[in-house]
Design a protein around this ligand. Structure first.
Ligand SMILES: *[C@@H]1O[C@H](CO)[C@@H](O)[C@H](O)[C@H]1NC(C)=O
Ligand SMILES: *[C@@H]1O[C@H](CO)[C@@H](O)[C@H](O)[C@H]1NC(C)=O
Ligand SMILES: *[C@@H]1O[C@H](CO)[C@@H](O)[C@H](O)[C@H]1NC(C)=O
Ligand SMILES: *[C@@H]1O[C@H](CO)[C@@H](O)[C@H](O)[C@H]1NC(C)=O
Ligand SMILES: *[C@@H]1O[C@H](CO)[C@@H](O)[C@H](O)[C@H]1NC(C)=O
Ligand SMILES: *[C@@H]1O[C@H](CO)[C@@H](O)[C@H](O)[C@H]1NC(C)=O
Ligand SMILES: *[C@@H]1O[C@H](CO)[C@@H](O)[C@H](O)[C@H]1NC(C)=O
Ligand SMILES: *[C@@H]1O[C@H](CO)[C@@H](O)[C@H](O)[C@H]1NC(C)=O
Ligand SMILES: *[C@@H]1O[C@H](CO)[C@@H](O)[C@H](O)[C@H]1NC(C)=O
Ligand SMILES: *[C@@H]1O[C@H](CO)[C@@H](O)[C@H](O)[C@H]1NC(C)=O
Ligand SMILES: *[C@@H]1O[C@H](CO)[C@@H](O)[C@H](O)[C@H]1NC(C)=O
Ligand SMILES: *[C@@H]1O[C@H](CO)[C@@H](O)[C@H](O)[C@H]1NC(C)=O
Length: 825
């Protein structure tokens, strides 16, 4: 069986785009749960051990009810049936304990389970405390998993007492080694050790210690800040005594250099080598030569992604490493074309070379012996795949990732021979053709991710009739030329992006997407029309809804009120009308709202401030809104873009503006606009490999700044703008406005504002654009304005101001024509 899981709640907002991979992986791991259900037989647990377990439960916080079966009533008394408890089927002693994602301390009562051999508390939240020392007295343990457990501090030396340990998982904590790893050298039964994410900078003995663990098969030390060492000058390392059993090694995300390859090449048992993101530099040929000690004859997996490896492939690549099943060299600078000898690696199931400088034409002959290939990723290279239209490959791929290379202009026929596709990404592949209708109506049921975006695919889209096996399906057909009505999509769709096409008609057929998985719907920039159907109750998990730039009309349907997870809502550039949609009041997760350029009327509702506390961006321009700006709006402390321009809003500008903390304080809010969407695939049928794939949605909006309208996306999070222009606002521009120290653009032009410009306006040092024109401001232009060093666009015209505009350095550096300083009328 091929199993695919989409992560529930997979939308995350992250501070920086780069962090995502790490954070992402942690969350993915964080969701792999699955405590074992107790033996459903008649073995009875022993009273003493039962009491110990109840004691253990007592001091834990069980947020997810994982221990709800741990009860003392008669019928639940048998602790061998409790979730996560595994007893010896002869003696009834508790042998294994496996409970995940709890909080709080571990009770020492666990010591009253003397026969415990396996303790798995992965994902527990130890609240940054140290590894509890008493665990080291559980001397019968063969398996200990305290990974992802919010542990900190260093390791107790007594860990060395666990001399029967075969597996030790301590990765994903904040652990640190202060002196050395001496304790580890006592764990001579250890076969599997994962200390990834532990700070080992001080552990100068790490190599010495791990290399002498006689039974060690798997060693994971990624992101350990390993101390710098020159592997080329190690005192004659005796391989017949060291690393004698090592099969899998990961030193990814450490700072290493090429000298390690020669060293590792001497480990004759090595099968899997992971050295991603290790600052390896140099020519691929040299690096591989250095690796080709005896390890080359056993190596099955070679993974060197995200390094600075350049140069050509050695022609004899496939001959050097004859057993390779997995090649991962993505994100390097390798040039040339793929060597033919890769085609000899008939065990190869995984080939990933995305994001290199590969070029040339690959023909079907290259693949003729690769019948076991399951994962093919050649994307983001200057490669051309040229296959005859009759070609039937010998492989059946699960993963086809061929975006940003040349596949077109015809839609590749061979893809239609692949019946087990899980993921197909052929976006930006220069395909200029129609979608093969037969194939599209009968896609492989294994499909979970389909991306044909950014091609020139034209014509109509047939209904997608396949019954898909997976929980969720992501479909991205954006940026093509597909026209006509929306077809029927499968009920299990989770992500649907049809933006930037020529679809027309209503969207009521989408109501068939009713399994409740839909969390991402982007239909923007099409020719869709009519009213929105009232079927949002099927889409309660929606996080992103973008319907911008279509011809929709009518009111927002009442079922909108169920979208409590919605974070991004864009309805801009349509003809929606009605009172500002009241159903939106319940969408309390909203952070981005763009209703600009519609026909909404009525007052700007006060509930926006109360009900949408997470709003970052509120764009309501070009509607028919009236009334005044509600004071409650000032509650939106995260708001950094407020655009109410081109409405009929009257009243005064509230003084409480200084409550917009996001505009007063330095802060990078780019986190609000990146929505990363993660997919985790586990292929249990062929390889048991886990694949994680991500997709990004970046909020975007058209905004006026410096009198030009731009579509902003990635930098939207950095912009801090207030645009109240072209309304009927009266009264003064409140002094408080000058406490918005981070504001980049302020436009209150075309209102009826009176009084003086706040004297303190010079405080707003980040201002780049200031438009106060066409009001009734009077008095002297404040001299503090000369402190506005970044101001490059200013318009004070059509007021009753006197005095000169004090020039700042920035203003002087611009030509006079770049900024309007038209004098008062
Ligand atoms: C008892 O456990 C052993 C190994 O743990 C297993 O081989 C055996 O089949 C089990 N017996 C019963 C009756 O479940
Ligand atoms: C370990 O298990 C054995 C039985 O397998 C038992 O006799 C011994 O007491 C246990 N060790 C400890 C420290 O409890
Ligand atoms: C880890 O513990 C710290 C300290 O109590 C807490 O603030 C933090 O939220 C915890 N982190 C996780 C991921 O549970
Ligand atoms: C976590 O640790 C802090 C002190 O480091 C303590 O104040 C807090 O109560 C602890 N929380 C839990 C849930 O134990
Ligand atoms: C654990 O190891 C320490 C030395 O590190 C030793 O003094 C102690 O007796 C051991 N404890 C047990 C329970 O074996
Ligand atoms: C590798 O790094 C070590 C430690 O930083 C250094 O001593 C050694 O000279 C480096 N070797 C190469 C080939 O750059
Ligand atoms: C390496 O160890 C083996 C086995 O202990 C021994 O026979 C051999 O002489 C050693 N080689 C060196 C160079 O020390
Ligand atoms: C690469 O490794 C460094 C440590 O050397 C780490 O800080 C960084 O997060 C890693 N980057 C990725 C993308 O894993
Ligand atoms: C390969 O190994 C040799 C000898 O250890 C070393 O001088 C050279 O720098 C290594 N090549 C690379 C690319 O690291
Ligand atoms: C590519 O590799 C570089 C290090 O060489 C790393 O900083 C970057 O994050 C990697 N990019 C991706 C997309 O993995
Ligand atoms: C400022 O915002 C907070 C909530 O973020 C609110 O409680 C407070 O009343 C607001 N202050 C004003 C003057 O509106
Ligand atoms: C994948 O892992 C599962 C569970 O560990 C195992 O039952 C299955 O045989 C494995 N499949 C392959 C192809 O290795």
């Amino acid at each position: 069986m091929t199993m695919i899981k989409f992560l529930g709640g997979g939308f995350l907002k992250l501070l920086h785009a780069f962090l995502m991979l790490l954070v992402h992986l942690s969350l993915v791991l964080g969701f792999i749960s699955g405590a074992r259900v107790g033996d459903a037989n008649n073995i009875r647990c022993l009273e003493g051990e039962r009491q110990a377990l109840l004691e253990f439960k007592k001091v834990l916080v069980d947020d997810y009810g994982k221990l709800s079966s741990w009860r003392s009533e008669d019928e639940h008394k048998n602790c061998c049936n409790w979730e996560g408890v595994h007893c010896d089927n002869q003696t009834g002693h508790v042998l294994e304990l496996e409970v995940h994602y709890l909080r709080g301390m571990i009770s020492p009562s666990i010591l009253e389970l003397p026969y415990l051999t396996s303790l798995d508390l992965r994902g527990h939240d130890f609240n940054q405390s140290h590894i509890p020392e008493f665990i080291c007295s559980l001397s019968n343990l063969t398996f200990l998993d305290l990974s992802l457990a919010n542990l900190s501090g260093s390791f107790p030396d007594q860990l060395g007492n666990l001399s029967h340990l075969q597996q030790l998982h301590l990765n994903r904590n904040d652990l640190k080694v202060n002196e050395n790893l001496e304790w580890l050298s006592h764990l001579s039964s250890l076969e599997y050790l994962d200390l990834s994410d532990t700070n080992l900078r001080a552990a100068n003995d790490w190599l010495e210690v791990v290399s002498h663990l006689p039974n060690l098969k798997s060693l994971f030390l990624s992101t350990c800040d390993l101390p710098p060492m020159s592997f080329s000058s190690l005192p004659s390392f005796n391989y017949s005594k060291s690393f004698t059993s090592l099969e899998s090694l990961s030193l990814s995300s450490n700072q290493l250099n090429g000298s390690i390859l020669k060293f590792l090449g001497g480990i004759c048992s090595l099968r899997q080598l992971y050295l991603g993101n290790t600052t390896l530099k140099g020519q691929l040929v040299d690096l591989l030569n250095n690796l080709s000690g005896c390890a080359k004859d056993s190596l099955e997996g070679l993974s060197l992604p995200s390094n600075q490896i350049s140069g050509l492939w050695p022609n004899n690549f496939g001959i050097l490493f004859p057993l390779l099943k997995e090649i991962n060299l993505r994100n390097n600078s390798i040039s040339g074309t793929l060597p033919k000898t890769i085609g000899n690696l008939y065990n190869l199931n995984y080939l990933a070379v995305t994001s290199n400088c590969l070029r040339g034409v690959i023909s079907e002959a290259f693949f003729s012996n690769l019948s076991k290939l399951k994962y093919l990723d050649l994307s983001k290279n200057s490669l051309t795949l040229e296959f005859s239209s009759q070609w039937v490959p010998t492989f059946q791929l699960n993963f086809i990732i061929l975006d940003s290379i040349k596949l077109g202009p015809r839609f590749p026929n061979w893809i239609q021979t692949q019946t087990k596709i899980i993921m197909l990404d052929i976006s930006d592949a220069q395909i200029s053709d129609t979608i093969p209708a037969e194939w599209f109506t009968d896609l492989p049921p294994t499909l979970a991710y389909l991306n044909l975006s950014c091609n020139q695919i034209y014509g109509w889209l047939p209904n997608m009739l396949t019954k898909f096996e997976n929980e969720g399906l992501a479909i991205d057909l954006s940026a093509n030329q597909i026209r006509g009505r929306l077809p029927l999509f499968p009920t299990k769709v989770m992500m649907l992006n049809l933006s930037k096409n020529r679809f027309s008609g209503t969207i009521s057929s989408l109501c068939k997407i009713s399994s409740g998985f839909l969390s991402y719907l982007d239909l923007s920039e099409n020719r869709l029309s009519g009213q929105l159907p009232n079927c949002f109750m099927h889409w309660r998990k929606l996080v992103i809804l973008n319907l911008a730039s279509n011809n929709f009309s009518g009111e927002v349907p009442s079922s909108f009120a169920l979208l409590t997870q919605l974070e991004t809502l864009s309805l801009s550039n349509n003809s929606f009308y009605g009172d500002l949609p009241l159903p939106m009041k319940n969408c309390s997760s909203l952070s981005f709202v763009d209703l600009g350029n519609n026909r909404f009327f009525g007052q700007v509702p006060a509930w926006i401030g109360e009900s949408l506390p997470l709003l970052n961006i509120l764009i309501l321009h070009s509607n028919n809104l009236n009334g005044s700006i509600p004071l409650h709006m000032c509650w939106l402390k995260d708001l950094h873009i407020l655009d109410l321009s081109l409405n009929d809003i009257s009243g005064t500008i509230p003084q409480c503006l200084n409550n917009f903390t996001a505009m007063t304080q330095i802060g990078n809010s780019s986190s609000d606009i990146f929505h990363r969407y993660y997919f985790k695939f586990v292929d249990t049928m062929y390889t048991n490999m886990t694949f994680v794939y991500e997709k990004e949605f970046v909020d975007n909006a058209r905004l006026m700044l410096k009198r030009r309208e731009y579509k902003y996306d990635k930098i939207l999070g950095l912009l801090k703008i207030i645009d109240l222009s072209s309304n009927k606002l009266m009264g003064k521009l409140p002094d408080e406005i000058s406490s918005l120290l981070q504001l980049v653009g302020l436009n209150v032009s075309r209102n009826k504002l009176v009084g003086e410009i706040p004297q303190t306006i010079g405080q707003m040092k980040q201002l780049q654009s200031l438009d106060l024109s066409r009001n009734q401001f009077s008095g002297k232009i404040p001299s503090s304005m000369s402190e506005l060093n970044f101001l490059s666009d200013i318009d004070l015209s059509y007021n009753n101001l006197s005095g000169k505009i004090p020039t700042s350095t920035q203003l002087q550096s611009f030509k006079a024509s770049d900024f309007t300083t038209r004098k008062k009328t």
